[in-house]
Design a protein around this ligand. Structure first.
Ligand SMILES: [Zn+2]
Length: 562
């Protein structure tokens, strides 16, 4: 009896210890697909192969209710939030570009003039993660492994490679459209790794641009999309209609190597680079977990140009699906599926093309570029006298010339009340800076297509849950954000009247796919439980036995561990 009890206890202890400690995978591959809407997998389902997206769904876990929990939904903040488990409110990447009040100029999220380009003779490498304030899950991995784990970021876009790889990364590599090389910066290394020199020597972009881009399947089978020639699309062949086939050799001569980003071979080049990094850096081959942060930028370039209903976007996804299938087979062959964990998500979605919605009589519309900046400045000029009252208008935020406005308030004894137009003079003591902000809000609310507008003060004090304004608050970082924040109505944007963009708090921009595959991922599970984009990093942290990233506000996805 005693022996039985002993065996029972031993069994319980070993069972418990298995649950308490799990050896992490040898390699984690994070795949972010730039501008991938939630619905694409399902819309194109009948045309997809069985080894790409479908393999992840059938063999892995599908989190069907994954949402962005802040605005603006752009590439920089998206990649930063996935990997920090935090929102711009804390990690500080409030947009791709924002207005910097120190120096009164725009700043790009990863620009860094203090570093040098590695891998090309130009400025394409002057980037680093220095504007990222919080640690990423990749940083945490570097820390717990005593800097033995390798963390590498790869994307055509600099920000898509740099922000995921984190502040302590071994390397981030991105595409230089001038030289056609993958480059890096002296933030990470002093010289170009020899394998990268060899990789760049192949001049793959030039080779790929000898192709003609035709549809993967016969074009009449693209019944999930609008006809190839339609009025809602731009064209990568500027001045000519955006229709198949695309003569890439001609476009190369016309537009340079950068055109590859707008073709399926932008994805191919990214996968080539990922495979080279895994092989040459021997990723996943030591007792320390390595982490490859991969981001496919091409779907965003093509999405912007052609919109969500185009044959071009559908073809990009059908080809990417095929290529991902080959990539998963590569990972399986090199390392074994049980040793690799893959997750796949998007940095944001993308809107339906407003002009298309308008033709179908749905609520949608456009604001011309600079329209809001100019009208707010005119509004203030009528009232404060002519002047440069608005420094910048970016990311649906108005950055006021605070000093000039305050100076005006202090020096003028009275101000003409142009707002009501009743020609009364109001004493400056009754008007303060906050009140001026409030009047701009009232003015903006009179515009068609504006759903709401908030002063930065209102956003700071905002404390309601489960409201779209919460997303504004989560995206607001006082030192980098504007004075007035505008929310458009659904379907409205500042953009060309063709193609599409993203950035809003609406589902078309915030609802994204999230798939997990390999290692100990639950098999064939589809969950409808709500997942915030900030939940990915803490989930990975638990898998890696690491602490959460410094400003993490998300929670681990319980379904993964059940
Ligand atoms: Zn974009």
């Amino acid at each position: 009896m005693r022996i039985l009890l002993f065996l029972f206890l031993l069994f319980s202890i070993s069972l418990f210890s298995q649950q308490a400690y799990q050896k992490p995978p040898k390699l984690v591959v994070g795949i972010v697909i730039d501008q991938m809407r939630y619905e694409y997998i399902y819309r194109y389902w009948d045309k997809l192969g069985s080894n790409g997206f479908k393999r992840l769904i059938n063999e892995g876990m599908n989190c069907r209710n994954t949402r962005y929990n802040y605005v603006p939904t752009y590439t920089g903040p998206g990649h930063a939030s996935i990997y920090t488990g935090s929102t711009p409110m804390h990690h500080g990447i409030v947009a791709n570009d924002w207005f910097n009040r120190q120096g009164n100029k725009m700043i790009y999220c990863t620009s860094d003039t203090s570093v040098k380009t590695i891998g090309a003779q130009n400025n394409s490498g002057k980037h680093s993660p220095r504007n990222l304030l919080a640690t990423t899950v990749t940083d945490q991995l570097r820390l717990i492994s005593n800097f033995n784990s390798k963390c590498i970021g790869i994307a055509l876009k600099d920000r898509g490679a740099i922000l995921p790889a984190g502040q302590l990364a071994n390397a981030a590599y991105w595409f230089d459209a001038v030289s056609g090389n993958f480059v890096s910066s002296s933030y990470y290394m002093d010289s170009t790794p020899s394998w990268l020199i060899q990789f760049n020597k192949q001049e793959l972009p030039k080779k790929y641009l000898q192709n003609t881009w035709n549809t993967l399947l016969p074009i009449e089978q693209y019944t999930e999309s609008f006809p190839d020639a339609n009025p809602y699309e731009g064209s990568i062949n500027a001045g000519s209609p955006g229709v198949f086939p695309y003569d890439l050799a001609y476009l190369h001569t016309k537009a340079g190597l950068g055109i590859i980003r707008y073709t399926p071979w932008g994805n191919t080049l990214t996968t080539d680079m990922a495979k080279a990094a895994i092989k040459e850096e021997k990723m996943g081959q030591t007792s320390y977990t390595d982490f490859l942060c991969l981001s496919y930028s091409t779907p965003d370039y093509v999405g912007h140009m052609y919109g969500a209903h185009s044959v071009e976007v559908q073809d990009i996804y059908l080809r990417l699906d095929k290529e991902l299938g080959e990539f998963f087979a590569f990972l399986e062959k090199e390392l074994g599926k049980e040793n690799v964990l893959v997750f796949l998500t998007a940095d944001h979605g993308g809107a339906e093309t407003p002009s298309l919605l308008m033709d179908k009589k749905a609520n949608a519309g456009y604001f011309p570029y600079q329209f809001i900046k100019d009208t707010v400045n005119t509004f203030l000029s009528k009232w404060l006298g002519s002047g440069n009252w608005v420094f910048a208008y970016e990311n649906q935020q108005v950055y006021l010339n605070r000093e000039a406005i305050e100076q005006k308030l202090n020096t003028n004894n009275s101000l003409y009340n142009g707002l009501s137009g009743n020609k009364t003079f109001i004493n400056n003591t009754s008007l303060d800076y906050e009140e001026i902000n409030q009047r701009i809000v009232d003015f903006l609310l009179s515009m068609k297509g504006v759903a709401n507008a908030y002063t930065s003060k209102e956003i700071e004090l905002y404390n309601h849950e489960n409201n779209l304004a919460t997303l504004i608050k989560n995206g607001f970082y006082k030192k980098r954000s504007g004075d007035i924040i505008i929310q458009f109505e659904p379907g409205w944007m500042e953009y060309n009247q063709y193609g599409t963009t993203h950035g809003s708090e609406y589902s078309y921009d915030t609802h994204v796919p999230l798939l997990w595959w390999g290692w100990k991922t639950p098999k064939g599970k589809a969950s409808v439980n709500k997942v915030n984009i900030t939940d990915i990093a803490p989930t990975l942290s638990l898998i890696l036995n690491a602490s959460f990233p410094s400003a993490c506000v998300g929670n681990p996805i319980e379904d993964f561990f059940k």
